[in-house]
Design a protein around this ligand. Structure first.
Ligand SMILES: [Cu+2]
Length: 489
């Protein structure tokens, strides 16, 4: 099947374009600053047969229409969650950021196994991109999958600064008729309390972290009882969005009955774990964080901040709600699938498929996706610490800045055992690598949800030298200090 593969999903607004195939595309060292330790002796070039893909990003103040309510915020364009960056595995991406924000920024290419110098972490892999300054990221995207990008600067991701990044597999057979990219978000900026004010209020509690367990009962309370995720989020947002829209003015996917579609789910939220269902349908999960899984049927599933899941589903005849319910919170994110003339469901209506969601512990890797079998060369134990009241989050009893980085030697198979000593769920994210989870049949993840008082063992192959961030993808937890790094010794 080739009809799907070049479907026009590149919606132009982000200005991504495939460059020429050879001549004129000799890469140059265009980074204004590079603090990364990645060797630069080898000039960057796409994998043989692949292209140079160029693009521009212009983060700027905008007023977004969320489907009625408008929000003065910062974003890369005017149509939040609807524009897509797309390339093929092995392509060289060369993306220039023109910073039109009144603050410094950066771009992190979440989940991509790229060279360290392009990882987009100010103070670690680059200097911040100052207002008015251009900065060019240049990297090869080696692995196909569903990714996204966002700043690694303060709370900017909790504004409108994110977009999908899809890396196509030139050799994938397809097996679906159409594709839908579904981006979930929790929204307050320009409508409710600003992200900066929310964080300031948390910081005013002057919490500290220690090691050991913390049976904090100071969470939000509502809805968290009985959820395996415990306290799933700290913040009640005014709106929850699918592709930038509130339920009253939803995004609509129009298809035909019997069509087999691939939905790529991305949780770009900052403090919200969603459970997702398509009313009247059973989905088949095919990929987690970009990598193939054993195909697994799910009526609904959890997706935490920074996670991505791809599913396929055969569409029935009618109009169906796609529902993303924020765990432990009020409200809903909602979209519509229409294949026939049936009456549209009431915006925001919930569906019975939301009961008993699958979580990633029930998934395993496809054989093609597993890390080569190897006994770990080293094991590091990591404690996730902190509490809601007074608000504080850290790793191994320390906050970022006072942390002791994790260390690995090149070529090692490193095992990280994460123990969550708190009453909250933490989606832990590693840059530049994708773990294999040995207790999940080698499931590949770059963002793994560690539930309250639970442990997760995650292995990585140290094949990408540099200094790589390792942090909670609850952006408020990360900003409070639930972050450290992995360094190559
Ligand atoms: Cu966290």
């Amino acid at each position: 099947m080739t009809t799907f593969a070049r479907r026009t999903l590149l919606l132009g607004g982000l200005g991504l374009a495939a460059g020429g195939f050879a001549a004129g595309c000799t890469p140059t060292a265009s980074h204004s600053v590079s603090m990364g330790s990645m060797p630069t002796a080898t000039p960057l070039a796409p994998t043989a047969g692949q292209r140079v893909v160029t693009g521009t990003l212009t983060p700027r103040p905008v007023t977004l229409d969320l489907g009625g309510p408008t929000a003065k915020t910062w974003a890369y364009g005017e149509t939040l969650g609807q524009e897509v960056f797309r390339a093929s595995a092995g392509d060289l991406l060369r993306i220039t950021v023109n910073n039109h924000l009144p603050a410094s920024t950066s771009v992190h290419w979440h989940g991509i196994r790229l060279r360290n110098a392009a990882d987009g972490v100010p103070g670690v892999t680059q200097q911040p991109i100052e207002p008015g300054q251009p900065y060019t990221y240049e990297f090869v995207a080696p692995d196909p999958g569903t990714y996204f990008f966002h700043p690694h600067s303060g709370l900017q991701i909790d504004r409108g600064l994110y977009a999908p990044l899809i890396i196509d597999d030139p050799h994938e057979p397809g097996g679906y008729d159409a594709e839908w990219i579904v981006v979930l978000d929790d929204w307050t900026d320009g409508i409710g309390t600003s992200p900066d004010d929310i964080l300031a209020a948390f910081k005013a509690q002057k919490g500290t972290v220690g090691t050991g367990m913390n049976h904090d009962m100071g969470g939000m309370g509502h809805g968290s009882m009985g959820s395996p995720l415990g306290d799933a989020g700290d913040i009640d947002y005014p709106h929850y969005l699918i592709n930038g829209r509130i339920p009253a003015a939803p995004t609509t996917f129009t298809g035909k009955p019997g069509q087999r579609i691939r939905i790529r789910f991305i949780n770009a939220g900052s403090d919200t774990i969603f459970r997702v269902a398509l009313g009247g349908h059973v989905m088949t999960i095919t990929h987690a964080d970009g990598y193939p899984t054993v195909p697994t049927q799910a009526r609904s599933f959890y997706i935490a901040m920074g996670e991505r899941y791809d599913v396929t589903v055969t569409l029935a005849d009618g109009a169906f709600p796609l529902v993303a319910r924020p765990e432990g919170k009020n409200g809903t994110a909602w979209a519509l699938v229409r294949t026939g003339s049936g009456t549209a469901p009431t915006p925001g209506v919930l569906v019975s498929e939301l009961d008993n969601p699958l979580d990633s512990r029930q998934l395993s890797a496809a054989a093609s996706a597993t890390l080569p079998s190897k006994t770990p060369d080293a094991t590091i134990d990591v404690q996730l610490n902190g509490q809601m009241t007074p608000y504080a989050w850290g790793i191994n009893g320390r906050i970022f800045g006072n942390d002791t980085p994790l260390s690995v030697k090149p070529g090692q198979r490193l095992r990280i055992r994460m123990s969550n000593m708190t009453m909250m769920s933490h989606p832990m994210h590693i840059h530049g690598h994708t773990w294999g989870l040995p207790s999940n049949g080698g499931l590949r993840k770059d963002t793994v949800l560690v539930m309250p008082m639970q442990s997760v063992t995650a292995d990585l192959q140290a094949d990408n030298p540099g200094t790589w961030m390792y942090h909670c993808h609850n952006i408020y937890h990360a900003e409070m200090g639930m972050m450290t790094s992995l360094v190559y010794a």
